[in-house]
Design a protein around this ligand. Structure first.
Ligand code: HAM
Length: 416
């Protein structure tokens, strides 16, 4: 029996890497004053049909439940957020700055950087129209990646504005009904043969290609990048009107993060969706909103690719997975005394391990080393004293078992 295609078995090392990623995500989101929330993993299929766009609806893991409800495993968080905010907005001061870490499911063709389940960090700001919020959100996205050890040489935030294109369509008197299809065609243009995109763009093809080539001018986008400048983050961003994003609900600024080498799929993506809350609440609540999501899959690949990021992760995981103390039971008649001490020390927060069954002393010390224990405590002939061995230096000392806790607490290298 194997895991389903696109689903991962996370062995302890994979979990350690995942927890490292979650830890950094959470830490930087909190630095920006975001608070954590969570939604359910299963939602009514209708929620995604309403406004996520055709592509994501095709990728739904959906079924009819035992109560004859049409339900789907969540492919993304944004529609849930819009639903929840519409129901609870009165309870909170605006703007809301919410983040969430969770697992998402999309029936995608499995390929590098794309699986059928992945974890995302979502960060969203609700109830702020000003561009200051867009700037803050991009800054947060950059700082999260900086926290993994990446620099402006490793990644770039490509920033665009859907209004740039909708203004252009209006100017060219393109009927509104065509806008969504045209935006989708522009979104796919970098990944599809030129003829295919040209066919979808019809009479606008030459002009759109010309804009994509020259870059396009937008005062709003320049203002956004200028807003990053005093923070020293402008070098992480580039204006690129070729970014449109696949999801249907975006209304303004949109952005995607890529590795500079262009080797991987997008690391993160997001933008403004000022109409979604109103649309999902049938006009009952209307609030501007913006956010982004960063996935763990491409991020993990990029961490492995960039030496300083890989080394930072290795060090954090190594120190995090170590135990504090290994208890060596040299004489079986001391097992009860050792367990009493183990219980006391664990209650104080020390990470402790010991042999469950009688084991040769040399093997116990080997296990202590393998587990990265800072010290080993030997319960044997010295009783009622215990021998402390510093696993780093090899130094040994005898301490009375009664005074052990106080002795350890005086040593700052161990946590308690
Ligand atoms: P998205 O671009 O669909 O945006 O996904 C965000 C990120 O999730 C992607 O850049 C990628 O890193 C990761 N991701 C998406 N699908 C997969 C997959 N099949 N396998 C691995 N990683 C994946 C959204 O989901 C929006 N709801 C983001 C947002 C939040 N917009 C506003 N607020």
């Amino acid at each position: 029996m194997q895991a389903l295609p696109g689903f991962r078995d996370l062995l302890p090392e994979d979990c350690a890497r995942r927890n490292y990623i979650f830890g950094r995500w959470r830490e930087v989101a909190r630095r920006y004053g975001f608070v954590e929330w969570e939604g359910p993993p299963l939602e009514a299929t209708e929620l995604y049909k309403k406004k996520s766009g055709a592509e994501i609806v095709e990728q739904l893991f959906n079924f009819t439940d035992k109560g004859e409800r049409e339900v789907a495993l969540r492919p993304e968080l944004t529609p849930t957020l819009a639903r929840v905010v519409a129901a609870h907005e009165r309870e909170f001061k605006k703007p809301l700055k919410w983040f969430s870490i969770g697992q998402f499911f999309r029936y995608e063709k499995q390929q590098r950087g794309r699986l059928r389940e992945h974890f995302q960090l979502n960060c969203d700001i609700i109830g702020e129209k000003d561009l200051a919020a867009d700037i803050e959100l991009v800054a947060l996205c950059v700082d999260i990646l900086r926290a993994f050890g990446f620099t402006e040489k490793d990644f770039v935030v490509r920033i665009s504005d859907r209004e740039f294109w909708t203004d252009f369509f209006r100017d060219k008197e393109v009927p509104v009904e065509r806008w969504d299809d045209l935006l989708q065609a522009i979104d796919k243009s970098a990944r599809e043969p030129r003829e295919k995109t040209a066919e979808k763009l019809g009479d606008l093809a030459d002009q759109v290609f010309a804009i994509l080539k020259s870059g396009g001018k937008s005062a709003k986008l320049e203002q956004l990048v200028d807003g990053l400048r005093p923070r020293g983050l402008a070098d992480f961003a580039a204006i690129d009107v070729g970014i449109v994003r696949g999801l249907a609900y975006y209304t303004g600024i949109v952005f995607e993060v890529f590795d500079r080498a262009g080797k991987f799929r997008a690391i993160a993506g997001g933008g403004r969706y000022d109409n979604l809350i109103s649309q999902l609440s049938d006009g009952a609540v209307s609030m501007s909103a913006l956010g982004f999501a960063m996935g763990d899959v491409v991020l993990g690949e990029l961490i492995n690719e960039i030496p300083q990021a890989r080394e930072t992760m290795r060090k954090v995981i190594a120190s995090d997975s170590k135990i504090d103390i290994y208890i060596v039971i040299a004489k079986e008649e001391r097992r009860g005394d050792a367990l009493a001490q183990i219980q006391r020390l664990r209650d104080r927060g020390y990470r402790i391990d010991y042999p469950l069954t009688p084991t040769k002393v040399a093997r116990q010390f080997q296990t202590a080393e393998d587990l990265g224990a800072h010290i080993a405590l030997l319960f044997g002939d010295e009783w009622p004293h215990v021998k402390i061995k510093n696993m780093g230096t090899g130094e040994q000392e005898l301490v009375a078992n009664d005074g052990l806790l106080a002795h350890l607490q005086a040593q700052s290298s161990l946590s308690s």
